[in-house]
Design a protein around this ligand. Structure first.
Ligand SMILES: NC(=O)c1ccc[n+]([C@@H]2O[C@H](COP(=O)([O-])OP(=O)(O)OC[C@H]3O[C@@H](n4cnc5c(N)ncnc54)[C@H](O)[C@@H]3O)[C@@H](O)[C@H]2O)c1
Ligand SMILES: O=c1ccn([C@@H]2O[C@H](COP(=O)(O)OP(=O)(O)O[C@H]3O[C@H](CO)[C@@H](O)[C@H](O)[C@H]3O)[C@@H](O)[C@H]2O)c(=O)[nH]1
Length: 335
């Protein structure tokens, strides 16, 4: 049995590929390398460079590789970009997902794991956020993902396909073995940005708003370590393969950290006192997003192993140093 991983050359999908290979699974990666990297995919996985919206290509992959499960990570993921160019987001994240689902049904794929997001909840007033919290995304990115959740629910009712929708909160950290981490040079995620500041790769950190109704005025998020998140995917896959029902679960630890708290941890762990500037709010940022994480623990018996922000930051720092050395090495080879 083979798992097709779309977006397997990216940050989170790449960790899924590592975990599947570690577990002895056959893996095919489909990625157009728009934000992913060829080097991120180990040779033991088959990398096909192409678009998951290319039905002919997907049909050929499903026919050829004996795929029993699709883990669909590929997407555009930058919220402000989705506001500026909604059509690109609905096209890539929603329309192409419909095409992927059509291929899945045509080839009788039984198991589908989908990377959803806390952005489907919008700006909920309740904390922690359970899966029953009303779905009210406030930007095209969140809506483009929610529509895929709805399509999956309908398709699963009509066809022999079961799904796991995993709604990620803020994903951070890196592979504890140092094989992979967040590599996109344009990443805007807080921990990545703060770690780059600590290493002197950027000038300090702007805190987007210190006037929120939170304990220190900065926004609160639930940061989940990437390997713990991937453990949840492996458990979801095993659950579906055993004949388990379709499920939708939040993926977070159920504890929130403020932006200022995260920045302090990065300073402590790195030993560097980089500049921190309080700037204006970033449009579309909810004050607080903390996962109600009971369902995933009960239904999948998920037990996180890396729920420690100091460890998450150490991993991110370690990976950022490796990335930097890698780019110096690449430049040296060009000379
Ligand atoms: N990073 C987070 O904190 C976070 C939070 C919630 C949800 N998610 C979801 O997790 C998934 C993975 O995110 P990530 O952080 O690894 O992002 P990423 O940009 O590192 O990975 C996305 C991958 O998909 C590929 N891709 C994009 N469009 C494609 C297409 N049309 N055809 C083929 N490949 C395509 C990219 O090249 C890239 O390798 C996304 O679906 C994202 O919405 C991420
Ligand atoms: O330079 C920075 C970067 C971020 N932040 C703040 O840090 C928090 C976290 O921001 P970021 O790391 O950019 O993540 P989010 O905007 O919370 O979004 C992430 O987490 C969401 C789920 O919670 C997912 O839906 C998104 O895909 C994913 O990018 C927010 O309050 C930001 O305003 C700063 O203050 N300065």
């Amino acid at each position: 049995m083979t798992v097709l991983v779309t977006g397997g050359a990216g940050y989170i999908g790449g960790h899924m590929v590592l975990a599947l290979l570690d577990a002895g699974e056959q893996v095919v990666v489909l990625d157009n390398l728009s934000t992913g990297f060829r080097w991120a995919v180990p040779e033991a996985a088959k990398l096909i460079i192409g678009d998951f919206g290319d039905a002919q290509l997907v049909d050929a992959i499903l026919a050829e590789h004996g795929v029993d499960a699709i883990a669909h990570f590929a997407a555009k993921i930058v919220v402000p970009e989705s506001v500026a160019d909604p059509i690109a987001y609905y096209h890539n994240n929603t329309a192409k997902a419909l095409s992927l689902l059509e291929c899945a049904v045509r080839h009788k794929i039984k198991h589908f794991i989908f990377s959803s997001t806390a952005a489907v909840y919008g700006e909920p007033e309740i904390s922690p956020i359970s899966e029953q919290t009303p779905l009210a995304p406030i930007n095209p990115y969140g809506r483009s993902k929610l529509m895929v959740e709805w399509m999956l629910q309908d398709v699963a009712k009509a066809h022999d396909l079961r799904f796991a929708v995993l709604r990620y909160f803020n994903v951070a950290g890196a592979d504890p073995k140092g094989r992979l981490g967040q590599s996109s040079p344009k990443a805007t995620h807080l921990i990545k940005v703060a770690v780059q500041a600590a290493l002197g790769h950027r000038k300090g950190v702007d805190v987007f708003g210190a006037d929120y109704p939170t304990r220190d005025g900065s926004c609160i998020r639930d940061y989940i370590q990437v390997t713990d998140l991937i453990d949840a995917h492996l458990l979801a896959l095993a659950h579906l393969r055993k004949g388990g029902e379709s499920l939708t679960c939040n993926c977070g630890y159920g504890r929130g950290l403020s932006v200022l708290e995260v920045v302090d941890v990065v300073k402590q762990v790195s030993g560097v006192k980089f500049d921190v500037r309080i700037s204006g709010r970033r449009p579309g940022d909810p004050a607080s997003l903390v996962a109600g994480a009971d369902r995933i623990r009960t239904m999948l018996h998920w037990t996180p192993r890396h729920d420690d922000v100091g460890e998450i930051v150490r991993q991110a720092l370690d990976w950022e140093r490796r990335l930097h050395n890698r780019s110096i090495e690449a430049d040296r080879q060009k000379v």
